[in-house]
Each structure stands twice: as structure tokens, then as C-alpha cells.
Design a protein. Sequence first.
Length: 287
Amino acid sequence: MMGHAGILPDAKRYSDEVETILLEARRLSRSLRMGEHGRRTAGAGSDFWQFRKFENGLDTPRLINWKQSAKSDGLFVRETEWSAPQTLSIMVDRSADNFIDHPKSKAYLNALIALTLGYVYADASEKVRIDCDEFLQMDRPSDQAEIAETLMRTNNQAWQLPSANNISQNSKALLLSSFFNDAEKLSEYIPQYAERGITGCFLQVLTKNEITFPFSGRVKFENASGSTVFQSDQARALRAEYLEKLQQNNERLQSIAAACGWTFLTVSIEQDPREILGLCIEQLGMR
């Protein structure tokens, strides 16, 4: 049996990872640029809302409003206003294949996107629900560490979507996955979501290699456990067939989304997270 000496370093590393991704998500949420809107909440629109205290480690020095800071004790940041949907539900695929490092895994980017959007909506005093086997709320600070821990841990089973009755009516939803084998599942669940007035976006998160299939010669493909699932001596010959199947899958996903008033996007984990977050916000109607 492993003693405490063996467990504690792993626990400390895991705790540090959770703290790191939460801090990175918070910093990203502060850097996002929003458009004009009606409700008076913090963002980066054109109308002044409030001054708030500078938060070291979260805000960058360029955000400091030196004129206001000179009038007061301490440093202050000028905030403008923006608005957001009342409720956002985020569902993240935590199946094992998302945890393969490239060098950072799809799971890490999925978690970063979910947490950052969670902060953005929570800062706007909106309800943000993230599926962690049960829905937890990003606007509830006591839930945030548990959400991060869950999103960074594989559930070792096929992705299960929540039933429509567990999602608020007339709300927004974001689904993050590679969606390689999910078309049948989505064709069943998304129409049920749409019947409750739920609209949203499928965000397909892939690696650059999954998008372009650049392989040639002898290649061995492995799953998340490191077991060989396919091997080819002429990988280049498979490229056309693979890309055709990827296109067919994505066209079906696009069709399912469009039929229910949803949208479908494909992004790469090599993209700047801020660019991906901007796309998510645009698709969710926050601009």
C-alpha cells in the first residue's frame, strides 16, 4: 500500500495544477473584449460603469487608471459595462482520449475555456452551470475549485449528456468535445434541448494533426492508455480517406446544429485561447 509520503507529492502537484488553471482562466476573463449592450455589468464596452481596486496577479499594470489612483489610497481599474444571457450551461467531454498531451491536452484547453467563460458570466452576475457529473455553479466561489478538479480528471467512460429537463428553459449552452463519435447522441439530445428553447454551440476541439493528418511513412496510432489501435506503413495513402470521413462527420454535426438553431465551430488546441473565447462569445450571442 502506498504511504502518505507517496501520496502527498501527487496531491500537491494536482492542487498546484488546479490553482494554476483557475488563475489563468481568471486572467483570460479579464482580457476579453466585449461589445455594446444594455445591462450595467463589468466588461469592456464604451460606457463607464465603475472603478474597482487593482488585483495583483490577476490584472495587468496597463489596466491601472492612474488619474483615479492618484485621488485615492491604492490602485484602481476603470470598468465599462456589458450584458450576458441569464444562464449558460457548459458541458465538457472528459473521456480519456481528451487527456493525451500535445503538449497540452484537449482536456486542458476545454477546462480553460469552460472556466474562463464561467468567470466572465459570473462577473456579470449571471448563472453559469458546468456539468461535473452534476451541475456546479461558477458563480458560487465554493464550487470553483471542485469544477476545475473535475474538468482536469478523466471520467473513464463515454461522454454522457444531461437530460433536457436538467437545463434551464430559454437558456444558452456550450458543448466542448472532439465529436468524433457523437453524432447519434447529439441527434437525440439537441432537438430535446431546442424544444425547451435552449440554443447554443458545438465547439469541436481538435489537434492540428487531427485537422490536417500530416503523417507519412510508417505510423503507429495509440489510444489514451498507450495501446496501439492502428498501424500503417503508408500513412500518406490514408490521408484522403481520413479527411473525407472527418468532413462527412462535421457536415452531419453542422446539420444537426443548424436544424435546432445551434451553431458548430472547429478550433485547434494550437490556437490562442483568447481567439477561441472570442468565437465562443460571438456564437453565444454576447456581442
